[in-house]
Design a protein around this ligand. Structure first.
Ligand SMILES: NC(=O)c1ccc[n+]([C@@H]2O[C@H](COP(=O)([O-])OP(=O)(O)OC[C@H]3O[C@@H](n4cnc5c(N)ncnc54)[C@H](OP(=O)(O)O)[C@@H]3O)[C@@H](O)[C@H]2O)c1
Length: 261
């Protein structure tokens, strides 16, 4: 009897440690703004590739599609994260304090659906501008501050930040539009460049990535806009193939070519 009990005990230890090690082999990505459009498509594609996805959303009330997907895909965990909300950030920091995050994907943004973004300088909405900085530049920086230790634990950590050509001094459309959005994303780009000098020391690759002009609410109707799945499929390839010599660069979704800041 004693022999049987110890055999059962040993096999329990083996199976539980086996489970643990296979869990450790699964890579983890944390995505912000993942309830719709580009963020949601990233959740789907990373989940289908077998990643463990921490899919964060500003509000659980507007995340029906994400929650439905997560109910059918057990590798997707939905968490509430308004990237401007200190309590949300601290809550997740505590909850995931021992976790490894292999990719931190900063997708969330306050994007220009607002009418004033297409006005000239005199019509720029100051409140919308403040909000753009609060979310797009400062909010993204706070997410990085909160989770950088988790990324440092990864053997191949990456911090990928969705930016826009509208913020590039060299490649932006030469028309006066989207003041507040472009300004806030240019500030984001500056933060990314600065951060890259730190992350080089800890072997983390940090990049800005342009998704192209995408048929989301924002890209809808614009000439040359591509579908969300095409943009995300191509960005997935760029992200997968990132190497340390691309640290601190601004890359295009299409083929990872360098966009001038
Ligand atoms: N679509 C394009 O053509 C295009 C072009 C260039 C760059 N990009 C960039 O690509 C990314 C995704 O674009 P998209 O078109 O999918 O944007 P989108 O449809 O406007 O979605 C933005 C996402 O960010 C979330 N968000 C907004 N404020 C937030 C906050 N304070 N905390 C957390 N999440 C917040 C939104 O959540 P709610 O649903 O709760 O509002 C939503 O999930 C953005 O960074 C955008 O700047 C897009």
């Amino acid at each position: 009897m004693k022999k049987i009990i110890s055999l059962v005990f040993i096999s329990l230890i083996i199976s539980s440690s086996g489970l643990h090690s296979s869990e450790e082999d699964v890579s983890t990505i944390l995505i912000t703004g993942s309830n719709r459009n580009i963020g949601l498509e990233f959740v789907k594609q990373f989940s289908q590739k077998g990643w463990r996805v921490i899919a964060t959303t500003r509000s659980l009330d507007s995340a029906d599609d994400l929650i439905e997907f997560s109910n059918k895909n057990r590798n997707v965990i939905v968490e509430q994260l308004d990237i401007t909300n200190d309590a949300h950030l601290q809550n997740l920091k505590k909850k995931y304090q021992d976790d490894v995050v292999d990719i931190l994907l900063n997708n969330a943004a306050y994007t220009p659906r607002y009418f004033s973004s297409f006005r000239g300088i005199e019509g720029v909405d100051i409140e919308a501008t403040r909000k753009s900085f609060e979310v797009n530049s400062i909010g993204t920086m706070r997410v990085i501050q909160t989770f950088i230790e988790n990324v440092e634990r990864s053997k191949s950590g990456k911090i990928v930040n969705l930016s826009t050509k509208a913020a590039s001094f060299d490649e932006r459309p030469e028309i006066p539009m989207m003041y507040s959005y472009a300004m806030s994303k240019a500030a984001l780009n500056s933060m990314i460049k600065t951060l890259s000098f730190e992350t080089a020391e800890s072997n983390i690759i940090v990049v800005a990535l342009s998704p192209g002009i995408v048929n989301t609410t924002m890209g809808m109707g614009l000439m040359g806009a591509i579908d969300i799945d095409e943009s995300v499929t191509k960005m997935m390839l760029v992200i997968e193939n990132l190497s340390m010599d691309q640290n601190g660069l601004f890359l295009d979704y299409e083929d990872g070519r360098v966009i001038e800041w």
